[in-house]
Design a protein around this ligand. Structure first.
Ligand code: NAP
Length: 291
């Protein structure tokens, strides 16, 4: 029996492996398996003693060897929007064929109630997991604070956070917080976490005006929040080179933020990780320091 992390060369996946090896769970490296599609990219994981299994969500035949009976598996949702239901279905089929003991999945806050475009593939994946009969744990992740701090350069260049989210609030947490939660459900007593859905989000919900004010305070610059109509935001994003389809997704996410879809706070994340979630001020500071 191993703890298996797919998407292990991604940003979240690497943090999950870190949390497994070094966190409170401290799993021996030989019990951790990284499912990756690019062996070279995972060389550092192999050096740490983690077993690599090479598989691509888009090539079902490569998934046949990805899992073994009794494995506790984390399926990290893919990044290719529009292709993910078929990809995740292939992973679920492979997990079922192997007879894994737990399939955890990184979905989206709100689960089947989430009504924004980006949620559709997660909802369908959850439906497939439930239909598979596998013992599951749904990790319905809220927003990463890093979704915002990764875009600090244009904010600093223009002195503005531009969005169409109105006064909507976002209960984000750091990627490392969500990774620690995933490690907790993969290593904790299975009976505690099986066939459960966790709504994971930060302890504090903040508005983009508050975010702008925090960036201003930390940089000593004037940074304002510019709330614009959805069409204007779409034009700004595409004008800045964001592909139209992705820009539409971002505008739709802001619409969901304005309606409160990402402000939900249940306390599940802090409970799973046994500490408060990371405040946005900390993640902003790390981004400004380049760490
Ligand atoms: N909650 C949020 O705020 C939020 C924000 C953005 C994304 N997400 C979702 O959460 C996931 C993890 O986030 P992240 O920041 O770690 O994203 P990321 O850095 O883009 O990582 C995505 C991972 O999925 C792997 N992957 C993609 N397509 C694959 C395929 N066809 N076969 C095998 N592996 C594949 C990637 O492999 P490679 O390393 O080989 O590229 C990578 O390891 C994302 O993929 C997305 O579904 C959530």
């Amino acid at each position: 029996m191993s703890i298996v992390v797919t998407g292990a060369t991604g940003q979240l996946g690497r943090l999950v492996v870190d949390a497994l090896l070094a966190g409170g769970s401290a799993v021996p490296a030989e019990s951790v398996v990284a499912v990756v599609r690019d062996k070279e990219k995972a060389a550092d994981l192999a050096e740490r003693g983690v077993e690599l299994r090479i598989a691509d969500y888009s090539r079902p035949e490569t998934l046949a060897e990805a899992f073994e009976a009794g494995d506790r598996v984390l399926l990290i949702s893919g990044s290719e929007v529009g292709r993910r239901v078929a990809q995740h279905a292939a992973v679920i089929d492979a997990a079922k064929a192997a007879g894994v003991a737990q399939l955890a999945y990184t979905g989206v806050l709100g689960g089947d109630e989430a009504d924004f475009d980006l949620a559709a593939e997660h909802k369908e994946t959850e439906r497939l997991i439930l239909g598979s009969g596998l013992p599951y744990t749904l990790l319905r992740n809220g927003w990463y604070t890093e979704n915002y701090t990764a875009n600090l350069a244009p904010v600093l260049a223009h002195g503005a956070v531009v969005a169409n989210a109105g006064e909507g609030r976002i209960a984000s947490a750091s990627r490392a917080d969500y990774a620690a939660a995933a490690a907790a459900v993969l290593t904790g007593p299975a009976e505690e976490h099986l066939n459960k859905a966790y709504e994971l989000s930060g302890d504090t919900a903040w508005s983009l005006a508050e975010y702008a004010a925090e960036v201003a305070a930390q940089t000593g610059r004037e940074i304002t929040y510019s709330n614009v109509p959805a069409e204007a935001h779409l034009a700004i994003l595409t004008g800045a080179g964001v592909p139209e389809a992705f820009a539409e997704i971002l505008v739709d996410v802001d619409r969901a933020v304005e309606q409160g879809a990402l402000a939900v706070r249940t306390g599940d994340l802090a409970r799973l990780i046994g500490r408060p979630t990371t405040p946005i001020a900390v993640t902003i500071k790390e981004a400004l320091n380049g760490s």
